[in-house]
Design a protein around this ligand. Structure first.
Ligand code: NVA
Length: 215
């Protein structure tokens, strides 16, 4: 909303309670109606398919403001911020420590496009590892830019020479019932001074926020 305002526009924040979707209106109807009023929609939701459905029936641009699968605007801003520290990002190492979630996915995509070497350190169980199709796509992007994507389980030397060390919460929004199980699964996946001691001297630490200190 702040960004749109600074650019001379007006942003409307519509929560589920402000929309007919909140009482079960099909997404396609909301898409058709809002397309007549607005110049674009940023949607922040859980199910990625809802964004696809909205984009299919809207005839204005649809921007993904967060789904369980991807968080592209966050990573676009992260790349902009990272570039302000390091200039050209080609060849720089970005390490993400934690859940192989929406953040891991979008960082792989963004890092690959910038020619970065992206390393995801996460537990080996399928539910904590990144989506295989996303990894495959990001690897293909990285091959074109000279970057690379790798997924590792161990964190011992993972930050070695890293320029960017990134992490996220262990239980994303909507995963409240898994908090205890995840706290155990991710116990070894902390960004702490030990992990950072191997990073490049000018390394930066990033977090999409909200951060849970102690994790
Ligand atoms: N993985 C987090 C990102 C929050 C910006 C979540 O989906 O809750």
């Amino acid at each position: 909303e702040t960004g749109i305002y600074y650019l001379g526009g007006v942003g409307l924040f519509l929560s589920a309670n402000d929309l007919q979707m909140g009482r079960g209106e099909p997404i396609k109807d909301t898409a058709r109606v809002l397309s007549r009023y607005l110049d674009g929609i940023m949607i922040r939701t859980f199910d990625h398919e809802d964004v696809i459905e909205l984009a299919k029936y809207a005839d204005i641009p649809i921007i993904n403001g967060l789904t369980d699968l991807l968080h592209p605007c966050q990573c676009l801003a992260d790349m902009q911020a990272t570039r302000s520290y390091f200039g050209d990002l080609k060849g720089k190492k970005l390490v993400y420590v934690g859940d192989g979630n929406n953040m891991a996915h979008s960082l792989m995509y963004a890092g690959a496009k910038m020619g970065m070497h992206v390393v995801i350190a996460c537990p080996n169980e399928k539910k904590y590892r990144p989506n295989e199709e996303v990894v495959k796509n990001a690897v293909a992007d990285a091959e074109e830019t000279g970057g690379s994507i790798s997924i590792v389980e161990k964190t011992d030397d993972v930050a070695s020479g890293a320029h960017v060390v990134y992490t996220d919460v262990w239980s994303s929004m909507g995963m409240e019932s898994e908090i205890e199980e995840r706290r155990q699964a991710f116990a070894g996946y902390c960004v702490d001074s030990k992990l950072m001691s191997k990073a490049a001297p000018n390394a930066i630490v990033m977090h999409c926020l909200p951060a849970h200190r102690g994790e």
